[in-house]
Ligand binder design. Sequence first.
Ligand code: 5GP
Ligand code: ZN
Length: 113
Amino acid sequence: MSCLFCKIISKEIPAKTVYEDDTVMAFEDLNPQAPVHILIIPKKHIATSLDISDEDNELIGLLYQAANRIARDKKVADKGFRTVMNCNREAGQTVFHIHLHLLAGRAMQWPPG
Ligand code: 5GP
Ligand code: ZN
């Protein structure tokens, strides 16, 4: 398995983990775009959001639950934060293992670039 995020899950590649349970892992983005920039990933390899199947419905909810927990822990929940999942190249997806970006700690622009 050559997937970068699967290697982070297996600890083959180090990451600054902020949350982990049986199904989900969250770690700091290597190239942060905001004071808080965390990636939340399922331990199951799913390449893009287009590959989410019925059996993953609960898992996707758990990604958001983890994001909420981290946002509260980092004290950014009330001020506001953004969760983003890019799908395929034109949206900016570069790692083909789904991940929710949690961005916070500065005012966000809308529409996003
Ligand atoms: P995407 O562009 O696919 O939506 O997001 C991929 C994210 O993974 C980028 O924000 C990038 O900075 C981050 N990233 C790429 N390689 C690594 C790595 O080895 N470790 C960590 N922690 N983040 C990475
Ligand atoms: Zn993977």
